[in-house]
Design a protein around this ligand. Sequence first.
Ligand SMILES: [Zn+2]
Length: 317
Amino acid sequence: MNWLSNIPPGIKNIFKKEDDGADTLWTKCDGCGEMIFQRDLDAADQVCPSCQHHLPLDVAARLALVFDNGQYERIAVPEPVQDPLKFRDEKKYADRLKENRKKTGEADAMQVAAGTINSATVVIAIQNFKFMGGSMGLALGEAMLKAAEVAVARRAPLIVFAASGGARMQEGILSLMQMPRTTVAVQMVKEAGLPYLVVLTHPTTGGVTASYAMLGDVHLAEPGALIGFAGPRVIEQTIREKLPEGFQRAEFLQEKGMVDLVVHRRDLKETLSKLVRVLIKERRRVAPAVTIPARAVAIEAPKAQTPAPIQLDKAAE
Ligand SMILES: [Zn+2]
């Protein structure tokens, strides 16, 4: 051991490249601990061939998996105020943003794209866990609003892929304000009579679970995904009880009714496609019924208006 640490850094670097190459050839599965050949894992969309454990999937790979022919249009998101609190912990928040932008090549933790799933137009908002844990800040609020606006303008369903550690602490109260803001975005889509679907991926926690991630018409989840508000350790310490097996996992939540369906990644596109078709057909069938209360309001309206001019005439006399 000692003689290794005495090797000058320059010589170590000669061997470093080879080591990095070896790391990317094989990946250890978090589910069964087996070493999987990276090429096999890529071919299976990052699902372990031995135990079917779902490993994280990149934003680009996820979009390519769901959209027809892997083709889609990226929607630009308006840029919010940067670092409004001039926040600093161990690092400046501005520096953290810079680092994460360099690492991911994205402006923030949510990306918006439009395209077709089995020929049906959809808008997708997807969270990038690699960008500061997919945390919800001002930029994410902007992305959700933009996604909702585009969905309404194109009369397309909105699908959200959630993955988040929660609110972005570096933006303080402003990050918490994104909870009602994103809820308004979801409401816009629902008021336009369009489906809103949520796919909960590992992990979806905190303020994201407490807002738009739990407002879907249908909630899908990936197998084994951790979904909750507070983490299991915090809950255990608070209630001083041992939590049941599989607590806050997708399968457990399906059993309890918080998740509608746990879907294997290979079936995700087909499931989304079926849901979009059924929900759009359903909305069309429901549409005439929606106009009935509108007509009722129109009949009531003159009644409310008629007394006003009479009173005014009397007052004039
Ligand atoms: Zn495995």
